[in-house]
Design a protein around this ligand. Sequence first.
Ligand SMILES: [Zn+2]
Length: 320
Amino acid sequence: MPHCPVRAIRLMVTLSATILAVQAVTAVPALAQSPTGRGIDAHMHILSPENWMDSPVGAQGLIDAAIDVQTIVQLVDDAEIERAVLISGAYFFQDQERARHENEFTSQQVRAYPERFVGLCSVAPLQPWALDELEYCITSLELQGLKLHLVAENMNLTNPEHLGVIAGLLAEAAELKPGLPVLIDFNWTDDAQTFSLIQLAFTNPSVNIVMAHGLGHHYSELASIYLYRELLGGFGENLYIDISSTLFLYPPGSPPFENYIWHLRRFGMDRVLFGSDYPVKSSSEALEALEAMGFTPEEQNQILQDNAMKVYGFQPSVRR
Ligand SMILES: [Zn+2]
């Protein structure tokens, strides 16, 4: 396992480390409830009309309107994708009222299409109300998981205090609902934090952790997780990844491509989820990138649908 000194990298707070392009968001009329295709986009962001412009992505001009469920419906229908995981923008806000509004907005939007979408609560972990907000999200709003974006508060998983805060949230999540999915992103800024997160997952097996963006350029650690899981006592059974963004970092023809695919397969194709990270990419763009990767039909079905159904608790489609 690589061992490097921590690099104190502070990135601008964006939806992702790898914002490559942002689509303009335009409100569209409500569409029919019926699904139009198959598959699950397991990483899409939404932001309310009241707060989007004060989020970092709004303030930086990366989006030019709110992202509501009608926008999402249009995007997944365009890609002939059936369902999606929608992420609350509450983590952008350290003000409790604004965070609460984003979580309530997410819950309300998801409830408009309960067969198609699940919603993830989010919180700014360092705020004193974070644990209470998580409880409210799961018990009152009935959101189906938690999203943590640690760069939004300049958190660092090599800081024992910050590590304790995240461990506390994971413990609360497990108590509220064993197996709760927790999507975690910290832009994969350094090796030490990456391994710290993996250890955190090992010691909190009662939540299912989805590491956003496939560990980014630290994807070689996926083979280490395989080693722990398969050979050293089953650590890491609760670890999954989504490959939003990395689909575009390591496309066919890029020097790391074969290496990247080998690591995904080593980690386990039953643990890899598809996502666009909208508004970074649209569902159609991400699906086109996935289909170019050369996975077998069985692997692609796992990535596009089966794994997200299992992790996020989607019910089987009425169409199948
Ligand atoms: Zn994201």
